[in-house]
Every structure is written in C-alpha cells, then in structure tokens.
Design a protein around this ligand. Structure first.
Ligand SMILES: C[S@@+](CC[C@H](N)C(=O)[O-])C[C@H]1O[C@@H](n2cnc3c(N)ncnc32)[C@H](O)[C@@H]1O
Length: 246
C-alpha cells in the first residue's frame, strides 16, 4: 500500500467477545414490548463497527438519563432481568442499568420492569466491556454485578471469558472509589479464575473474609443458578471493593 494512504478502518472487532449472538425470534409480546417500552427503557447507543458495539464518542450521563443523582448499579449480562428488576423494585432510591446483548432477554426485562412499575431502570443493548470502558463516565457506578457469566469452559474458549486479566481496569474505570464489584458463578474453575484475576488487579481489594463471599442477599434465584444447583454444582459469590484512585 502506498505510504501516504491512511490505514483502512477496521471492519470488525479485534478482541474476542464473551457472547454468541442468538438470532432467536421474539414472541409477539416481546416485539410489542420492544416498540412500546424501548423509548423509555432502552438507551439508544451510537455504534461503532458492530451492531452491539459502542461508538468511541458515545456517553451515557446518568444524571441526564435518570433525571436525578442516585447511586447506580450496573448489571452486565442481565439475561432475562430477574435480578435487576427485583433490585430496582426493592430500591426505588437507587438507579439501575442492565447491559445485555440478548434481545429477547432485554424485551422480557422491559415487560417485567413495566409490570412492576420500575422507573429507576434503563437497559443498554451492547457489549458490556465497551459499556464499562467507554459509554459510562469514569467513576459513575456504585456497584457492578456479574452473575452467572457464560463459563466458556472448554479450554480453547477460555479467552472469551468476561472476567480475565485486564477486567480489573475495565470494571475499575466505571466504579467509583469504594464501589463494589459482585460476582457469582456455578463453575468452580471460573470462580477460581475470577478470584485469582481480581486478587491480582491493582484496582480492587477483597470485600470478604475467608475463601468466598457469602451469598449476596440482593441476588435472586435465576434459571442459571437453579440449573447449576440441579447439576450438583456449588454456587460461589465474590465481592471486591474499588480501591481509591491515586
Ligand atoms: C449465563 S447468562 C446469565 C444471565 C443472568 N445474569 C442470570 O443469572 O440469569 C449470561 C448472559 O450474559 C450475556 N452476555 C455475555 N457476554 C456479554 C457481553 N459481552 N455483553 C453483554 N451481555 C453479555 C449473555 O447474552 C447471557 O444472557
């Protein structure tokens, strides 16, 4: 290529993502939820190259979106939204953001939130690391939740895991000093990886004594937890505090 020509723009992501986008059709109720409820619940993300990406200049300013100043909990990979809708309903004094790439799950979350009358919840359809690294302002989140992330248990797929080396910087950017990162998984080797990675990340310190954190009482039972229990797997919780920025 002649030297004076600019590099071609990348046409796809350079990093592996932690999801495979399911094209599963939405039910009629979910389609209706999308068109009727998305204007209120869904934050419209300016995109980069991929449909779940976040444009480098895109910003979600919580005070503008929620029209108030309140502590913000961000759940990444919120699935059907059971945990976050329950939390938003139980804590009207806090704000909540669900981040998910699974459209039918987002539709279900909107339907349940609407039914529960939760107005302190918004949804983002995007790749979670990009939301934490780019879309949210630095130090804007009070808590970040990662419950039952896809385990990618075959070793050749491990690189797709959400919580791996470098995740401390990603989550630590979005969290305020003293904010809390909560995790849960039913896969023992992923639990061990999460703990090893986060113990080593300079942004975080343990917020639990002993080997594992007690079950977070704001975490409701979901189908993924039930499936793990039915298969005889142990559920492990972790909690890490964002150390003060220097
Ligand atoms: C195993 S499910 C767990 C859902 C929910 N947390 C629960 O406990 O029921 C993992 C979810 O994370 C979502 N997910 C995986 N990687 C993601 C990413 N990079 N950004 C946003 N969502 C993601 C998947 O679409 C899926 O719905």
């Amino acid at each position: 290529m002649p030297e004076d020509l600019p590099e071609p723009a990348p046409t796809f992501r350079t990093k592996p993502v932690s999801f495979v986008r399911r094209s599963g059709r939405m039910s009629e109720a979910q389609e209706r939820a999308w068109s009727e409820l998305a204007p209120f619940y869904l934050f419209d993300v300016p995109r980069d190259v991929a449909s779940t990406s976040v444009h480098a200049d895109a910003r979600l300013v919580p005070a503008d979106v929620y029209r108030r100043e309140a502590p913000l909990t961000v759940e990444i990979g919120s699935g059907q939204g059971h945990a976050i809708v329950a939390a938003a309903t139980a804590h009207p004094e806090r704000d909540f953001l669900a981040v998910e790439v699974f459209r039918a799950g987002l539709a279900r979350t909107m339907l349940d939130a609407d039914r529960a009358g939760a107005r302190n919840l918004r949804l983002v359809e995007a790749n979670a690391p990009e939301v934490l690294e780019t879309l949210l302002p630095e130090a804007s989140a009070d808590e970040v939740w990662v419950f039952f992330p896809d385990p990618w248990h075959k070793s050749r797929h491990n690189k797709r895991r959400l919580v791996k080396e470098g995740f401390g910087a990603i989550a630590g950017r979005a969290l305020r000093d003293g904010g809390v990162l909560r995790l849960a998984t039913d896969w023992e080797d992923y639990a061990l990886q999460m703990r090893e990675v986060l113990d080593a990340e300079p942004e975080f310190e343990r917020a639990f004594d002993g080997d594992w954190a007690p079950r977070f009482d704001g975490r409701v039972m979901t189908a993924f937890e039930r499936k793990g229990l039915n298969k005889g797997r142990e559920i492990r919780d972790l909690a890490y505090r964002r150390v003060a920025r220097v």
